[in-house]
Design a protein around this ligand. Structure first.
Ligand code: MRU
Length: 351
């Protein structure tokens, strides 16, 4: 499944798989400037926390190509609004600002604009490669938590389409499947944009992993009737105390898992951990247009004038989380200490 290239830097442009068209069409977009990248992130043509960070990094490299000046001071002054425009696209996934910060530092270290343009491409490619490597390592750590022959439940899409690599929660599931630990994957449709039904289904079918789609609202029924070994999800931002922001519906699954004594795991690279945010209460939660809820496939399903609340994410308090799996190892309670320890290991960058 790493054969799927959700995003790629090709000859000074970005080739992007348009995820809004999946599963029916595999359509690629060729992006030439950062405005197009900002729109693609906002419209969720590219999505998933790690992939949003990678996309923003490539977006900055694209933007730098169009800055015409020989002064480094002017170059950096013109780069700033590009980073700000990309940062403003989606507020919850911290991978976005994390990647933009790394890109800014790479440009600042260059001696002249041409060297900075090249450094930005190199840094974006490095961020992409590091994410893919992290997926592989966290997959290995996470698979150890899954007993042989398990049925597991996951939410949203956390695979190659969300990370540009092997996936986070889906990467753990893939690794565990290869090791004979997974007998079946249950996955929720993920209303209202159906990342589960459209994207996770597409990835699991390509891999030939036995899988069953459930409506979001069937999770409680499933946990009562089927022996689910664990729930495993990704994350958009993990606060210093271990609270996790992830796709709306994650908190509901965590509460249900606790009620049924099912371990609830979160898989994410360390670039998703935000030690500068003390708890989940401080994580900004993106609210998306009401029409995503009041319509289905472009057709209105409510009477005109109905108001709808459409938060894209929710926060699961750390007390519901049995373990947070990263490429640096697995953290458990007390998260305030164990997450810090992941960063104390040599060579980890964080903002
Ligand atoms: O709104 P999306 O589709 O970008 O949300 C994606 C999620 O919530 C994922 O679970 C999260 O980004 C982790 S992806 C590895």
């Amino acid at each position: 499944m790493e054969g799927v290239k959700a995003i790629e830097w090709v000859n000074g442009r970005v080739r992007l798989l348009d995820q809004t068209r999946l599963p029916h069409q595999e359509m690629y977009l060729e992006l030439e400037d950062y405005h197009q990248m900002a729109a693609a992130i906002r419209e969720m043509r590219v999505r998933g926390a790690p992939l949003i960070g990678i996309a923003a990094a490539y977006g900055m490299a694209l933007g730098a190509r169009h800055i015409e000046t020989s002064s480094m001071h002017d170059f950096l002054a013109q780069l700033r609004p590009i980073a700000e425009a990309l940062a403003a696209t989606r507020p919850t996934a911290v991978n976005l600002s994390w990647a933009l910060k790394r890109m800014t530092l790479a440009a600042e270290a260059a001696l002249d604009p041409q060297a900075a343009r090249e450094a930005l491409v190199t840094e974006a490619l490095r961020i992409h490669q590091e994410n893919a490597d992290a997926d592989r390592r966290l997959g290995q750590h996470g698979a150890q938590l899954i007993p042989a022959g398990s049925a597991v439940l996951t939410h949203c899409n956390t695979g190659s389409l969300a990370t540009g690599g092997y996936g986070t929660a889906l990467g753990v599931i893939r690794t565990a499947w290869e090791q004979g630990r997974v007998s079946r994957v249950y996955f929720s449709e993920t209303r209202p944009l159906l990342q589960g039904a459209r994207l996770t289904a597409w990835e699991l079918a390509r891999d030939g992993i036995p899988a069953t789609l459930i409506p979001d609202s069937a999770a409680g029924f499933l946990m009562r009737r089927v022996a689910i070994a664990c729930v495993i999800v990704g994350a958009d931002r993990i606060a210093a105390n271990g609270d996790v922001a992830n796709k709306i519906g994650t908190y509901t699954l965590a509460v249900l898992a606790k009620e049924h004594a099912i371990p609830f795991y979160v898989a994410a690279p360390t670039s998703t951990i935000d030690l500068a945010t003390a708890s989940g209460d401080q994580i900004p939660i993106e609210e998306r247009p009401a029409e995503e809820v009041t319509t289905f496939a472009g057709v209105a399903v409510t009477p005109a004038g109905i108001e709808a609340l459409n938060p894209a994410f929710d926060v699961t308090p750390h007390s519901y989380i049995a373990a947070i799996i990263s490429e640096r190892g697995t953290a458990r309670e007390p998260y305030a200490r164990s997450l810090q320890q992941l960063f104390q290991q040599e060579g980890v960058r964080h903002g």
